[in-house]
Design a protein around this ligand. Sequence first.
Ligand SMILES: Cc1ncc(COP(=O)(O)O)c(C=O)c1O
Length: 442
Amino acid sequence: MQKHTTTNADMVSRSLAAVWHPCSQMKHYETFPLVPISRGQGAWLYDFDGKKYLDTVSSWWVNLFGHSNPRINAALREQLEKLEHVMLAGFTHEPVVELSERLRELAPPGLGHCFYGSDGASATEIALKMSAHYWRNAGQPDKTQFISLQSSYHGETLGALSVTDVALFRDAYGALIRQQATVISPDWRNADMGESSEAYALRCADALNAHLQQHHAQLAAFIIEPLVQGAAGMAMYHPVYLKRARQLCDEYGVHLIADEIAVGMGRTGTMFACEQGGITPDFLLISKGITGGYLPLSVVMTTDKIYQAFYADDTARGFLHSHSYTGNPLACRAALATLDIFSQDNVLDTNRQKAACMNSIAQPLREHPSVQNWRNTGMIWAFEVQTPRADFAQRCFHLGLQHELLLRPMGRTVYFMPPYIISEEEMQLLVMRTKVIIEALT
Ligand SMILES: Cc1ncc(COP(=O)(O)O)c(C=O)c1O
């Protein structure tokens, strides 16, 4: 009997009949078909008809060391033979203990305990609840409000959405959430002509000061994406804002939550972006790259002071929050293998060289007359394209696929957030083909 080989067409029609895809208007797939992926290798994804795509967005910013990484694969195989899962309430296991110990060593000083969730949004929920509960335990039950930056993104569950300032994601659910206030973002694209990114960040910190002065009695925490606001279109800002935010939060008795779900794990050039501001937040949120892009896992790290405020005989003073897969051993093992690669391959130093190489390779793209606001932080590059096309993002995505690139622009913003294992040849290919695509669309 002849073996049936799956084609792209088979997979797409089965998917459309059975799967409700995220972040999608399903009807649009009639015009812009899904991309079925059969396997991944290194920085490349392969479809069922033999075409390949360079994963320049690290599969929604999660992949660090390539698809099907042999070292992470081996660690997972070994873990599978020992323990796939056990609940973390009342039980513990080696991968979660080792991961918590290693993160404490790596994170900014003073973050002594790790609380686990599954995906990024659950980490945001945990931090918001933990912050408000801390203030309640500390005898200040009125501190239940939060602030975030304009254009912030912290996830799409209801609590996370309340501190997310992206109208498209939020508006349909406005009646379900308690929308929190925002303060002006230090995104340097909004600086005045001739104003440095540092001066602009300090000006924005003055606005934060004014807000805190007025509202601190009700405020539990200020939540920020340190250095790069991803969903805002890779908005980048000067680290002095982090330093000032830390000082102001201390001054007014408000927690600082650093959402490093997208920017942690080396993405901004240091293991955690907060390091560049020389600060320790009250809560550090990690997810996405922590498992190398293999399995859902998130971590909320917090200070001993906050941990101690929950430590009591009374159950109700404890942090009563759980997910079935909290601290899953396979996910923790993937995270440990990821941390091993960081240390064994000296990844942060190698990435600095790679970023310098990319910046020089990208010169012709940067100088293109339609390219504006070229920017780079660590292993993230972004720019706006001057184009009259309202459908630029979709067109760019589809032309990208024709040129073997998985590009996923946000509006007019094109960005590269590749896996760290991207080679010099792949960077060349990425830059040259993106330039061709920009030329076709401007
Ligand atoms: C800064 C930030 N916070 C939170 C999230 C939500 O993470 P998840 O999609 O895993 O829920 C994201 C996802 O892109 C993010 O970029």
